[in-house]
Write a protein that binds this ligand. Structure first.
Ligand code: AP5
Length: 205
């Protein structure tokens, strides 16, 4: 089986921000369950509409929905040499299902304290044309794209608090699960983006 990488961390840790450079360095396609669910929602599919009620309030979408989505994605041609998972797995059952369909060689855990998360999430803006991720303070968008930026529906303080609760109760136990397998590597996500990227690039050597 070809080797995949998992990007792990709380909401707003910088997984999406760091994914681009990892894709460039490894050639592995990014597989973001959040992006896949948002695409399904925009397309108005049954799956998208089912996921919407969980996503908007910040709760996790049920495991069986996510596992089905990933199983389909891993059957695609570009996944044959492994992928970069972003935001998946998020529960022990998801990790167990993943172990059946792909081999994971590295889990990069981006560590950021809760007190930094709300500011990051509430200030996040996305460019719907390019997928680029900006922040009103930490990564301001160029003036020519500012007019088209959007804010995710779940990027409000109330939903972020629910997402953090879900992370601590359902997702963070995965760190021990992967640590026991000897493949978990942590980076300090509470520093400038370029410094986080430099720490990650050391793990990819
Ligand atoms: P998902 O889209 O995966 O959201 P998330 O995990 O909450 O992660 P985010 O996208 O919010 O954050 P990120 O770590 O990518 O941070 P980013 O780089 O954007 O999931 C959304 C929802 O879908 C879930 O709540 C759930 O309902 C559902 N879902 C998805 N996958 C699921 C699964 N597997 N199982 C069940 N349900 C699932 O950065 C954030 C901001 O901070 C940006 O503005 C950025 O510019 C800024 N920033 C980044 N790095 C830094 C830095 N070093 N310093 C300062 N600012 C920074």
């Amino acid at each position: 089986m070809s080797e995949s990488i998992v990007l792990f961390g709380p909401p707003g840790a910088g997984k999406g921000t760091q994914a681009e450079a990892i894709v460039a360095a490894t050639g592995k396609p990014q597989v973001s369950t959040g992006d896949m669910l948002r695409a399904a929602l925009t397309a108005g599919t049954v799956l998208g509409l089912e996921a919407k009620k969980y996503m908007e309030v910040g709760e996790l979408v049920p495991d069986e929905v996510i596992i089905g989505l990933i199983a389909d994605r891993m059957n695609q041609q570009d996944a044959r040499d492994g992928v970069l998972f972003d935001g998946f797995p998020r529960t022990i059952p998801q990790a167990e299902a993943l172990a059946e369909i792909a081999s994971v060689s590295l889990v990069i855990s981006i560590e950021v304290p809760d007190e930094s998360i709300v500011e990051r999430i509430v200030g996040r803006r996305m460019d719907p044309d390019t997928g680029e991720i900006y922040h009103v303070n930490f990564r301001p968008a160029p003036s020519e794209v500012v007019g088209r930026l959007i804010q995710r529906k779940d990027d409000n303080e109330e939903a972020v608090r629910t997402r953090l609760t879900a992370y601590h109760s359902q997702t963070s136990p995965l760190a021990d699960w992967y640590s026991e397998k000897g493949i978990l590597k942590t980076v300090n996500g509470n520093q400038p983006m370029d410094d986080v990227a430099a720490e990650i690039s050391q793990l990819l050597l």
